[in-house]
Design a protein around this ligand. Structure first.
Ligand code: HEM
Ligand code: HEM
Length: 233
């Protein structure tokens, strides 16, 4: 997967960190999680949309899992492995060190968010509210399993609120205190070299047509899998 693009000399001012598929993934994923939470709060007929947002989050979580193995360098899990001690040191030192991709604490939060949203979407498939709404796979398993999945769906829903709150807090901290425009980077894909490790010249992430077509193929495959699951209901 290391294409010629990643060997090109990097541009001086900025480095492309987030490829287009990762950026689109992020904003649609955020919107679908917020949409699912909002519709769960509203309840009633909004549960139809709760499930639609939930299916979208499930599809995107599956895509991001695959993208973590075959996507461009900064999106790959190998470039931000879970390192709790490094995350602790990073936070203890006041989050001063700059990183081109995810910093060690950010990496842990990415795993936590992807893991908890995935668990939420999967448990939702088996959940039921004993009245009107049930996940598409709930009729295929025992009542005990449905009860467990529903309980987990409720408990883990609270964890998601907490993780999103911490996520937004961390981003606000980096923006307001460290003057690192992370949101701008998640929109344009680019980060200032001076706000990343200044001494090194990391290559841009690959973001050509092949990368985008690969992402599209993966999204289509994940959507078909979700559609098949939803059709069981
Ligand atoms: C429910 C809402 C959200 C969820 C579940 C979420 C989830 C995530 C995930 C999984 C990543 C890792 C991206 C990747 O490597 O694929 C990420 C990164 C990021 N998110 Fe969010 N996000 C949410 C809302 C937001 C919002 C509202 C903002 C902006 C105000 C935001 C700004 C960012 C930024 C700037 C990064 C990159 C952080 C870095 O440079 O390491 N997110 N988010
Ligand atoms: C990002 C994904 C999801 C999030 C954040 C989420 C969140 C929630 C939350 C917070 C509740 C509790 C509402 C309450 O307090 O009564 C809930 C209920 C429910 N969700 Fe989800 N959900 C997601 C995905 C799904 C999916 C994919 C399905 C099924 C297709 C689903 C089906 C249900 C059902 C049937 C309930 C009602 C359970 C009950 O009231 O006991 N959810 N969801």
């Amino acid at each position: 997967m290391n294409s010629k693009q990643s060997q090109l000399p990097p541009s001086a001012a900025s480095v492309l960190v987030w490829d287009l598929p990762t950026r689109i993934f992020h904003w649609v994923f955020a919107a679908s999680v917020i949409g699912a939470l909002a519709c769960a709060l509203i309840g009633g007929d909004a549960m139809t949309w709760h499930m639609r947002f939930g299916y979208t989050a499930l599809t995107l979580a599956a895509f991001r899992l695959l993208w973590g193995f075959v996507g461009p360098r900064y999106a790959r899990f190998a470039s931000f492995p879970p390192r709790p001690f490094a995350a602790f040191r990073y936070l203890r030192d006041g989050a001063r060190q700059a990183f081109t991709g995810h910093n060690p604490a950010g990496a842990l939060s990415v795993y936590a968010m992807l893991g908890s949203v995935s668990l939420q979407a999967v448990t939702g498939l088996f959940a039921n509210d004993d009245v009107l709404w049930s996940g598409p796979l709930s009729a295929l398993v025992s009542n005990d399993f449905v009860a467990l999945a529903t309980k987990l769906h409720h408990l883990n829903g609270n964890l998601i609120y907490l993780l999103v709150f911490l996520h937004l807090g961390a981003i606000a901290f980096h923006g307001l205190v460290r003057h690192e425009p992370l949101i701008k980077a998640m929109i344009s894909g680019k980060r200032d070299r001076c706000s990343s490790q200044a001494s090194t010249r990391e290559p841009d992430a690959r973001d050509g047509l092949t990368v985008r077509l690969l992402a599209l193929a993966l999204v289509v495959a994940c959507s078909l899998a979700t559609w098949y699951i939803a059709a069981q209901g």
